[in-house]
Design a protein around this ligand. Structure first.
Ligand code: ADP
Length: 187
C-alpha cells in the first residue's frame, strides 16, 4: 500500500517527484496548491477566498484545505493509495489528517521530506518565476513562503519522525538521483 506524504519547502521539488511516483505507483497525486490554483482560475467562492492568502505567500486557512482533503480522500481512486503533495502544512492540518485516516481505518506508510537549503530554494523559485510566471513566485512572496514554512511546517517533521514514518531525502542533486533516493527510501 502506498499512502504517502511528500513534504518540503516551496521549491524543493515535491510536486515534480510526486508526479513521477504517481505514475510509477498508479495512485492519485493530491496537491492542495494545484486544487487551490484551479479554484482561483475558475473564480469559485473558495478560490476567491484563497486568492488573497496565496498572492501574499500566506497559508490558506486550515478549515479550507482540511475540507479539500477530506472530500478528496473520500473519492474512490484513493482506495489503492495516494500521494499528498503540499498537505499537511500545519500541526492542525496534520491532526485533522490523522483523524480522517483513523475514521476511514487507513494508515500512512511514509512521509518523504525533501531537504534543500534556503538560498538554493530562492534561486530555484526565482528561475521558476521566469519560466512559469506563477503569481506567487516573486521575491517578496518567496521570502514570506519560506518563513511560513520554517515556522508552521517544519515542526511537522518531528511529528512524523516520532511516528516512525519519516524518510529524509537530500533534495539537492539531479531529478533522477532524487527519484532513485526516494525509491530506495520507499523500499
Ligand atoms: P509551494 O510549495 O511552492 O508554496 P504550493 O503549490 O504547494 O507551492 O502552494 C501554493 C500556495 O497555496 C501556498 O503558498 C498557500 O498559500 C496555498 N496552500 C497550498 N497548500 C496549502 C496547505 N496545505 N495549507 C495552506 N495553504 C496551502
Amino acid at each position: 500500500m502506498n499512502r504517502l506524504i511528500f513534504m518540503g519547502p516551496p521549491g524543493a521539488g515535491k510536486g515534480t517527484q510526486a508526479e513521477i511516483f504517481k505514475n510509477r505507483f498508479s495512485i492519485p497525486q493530491i496537491s492542495t496548491g494545484e486544487i487551490l490554483r484551479e479554484a482561483v482560475k475558475n473564480s469559485t467562492s473558495m478560490g476567491l477566498e484563497a486568492k488573497k492568502f496565496m498572492d501574499a505567500g500566506d497559508l490558506v486557512p486550515d478549515v479550507v484545505v482540511i475540507g479539500i482533503i477530506k472530500d478528496r480522500l473520500a473519492q474512490k481512486d484513493c482506495g489503492n493509495g495516494f500521494i499528498l503533495d503540499g498537505f499537511p502544512r500545519t500541526v492542525e492540518q496534520a491532526d485533522a489528517l490523522s483523524k480522517i485516516l483513523k475514521e476511514t481505518k487507513m494508515d500512512l506508510d511514509a512521509v518523504i521530506n525533501l531537504a534543500v537549503p534556503d538560498d538554493e530554494l530562492v534561486q530555484r523559485l526565482l528561475s521558476r518565476a521566469e519560466k512559469e510566471g506563477r503569481a506567487d513566485d516573486n521575491e517578496e512572496t518567496i521570502k514570506n513562503r519560506l518563513q511560513t514554512y520554517n515556522s508552521k511546517t517544519l515542526p511537522l517533521i518531528d511529528f512524523y519522525r516520532k511516528a516512525g514514518i519519516l524518510r529524509e531525502i537530500n533534495g539537492v542533486g539531479s531529478m533522477e538521483e532524487i527519484t532513485n533516493e526516494i525509491q530506495r527510501a520507499l523500499g
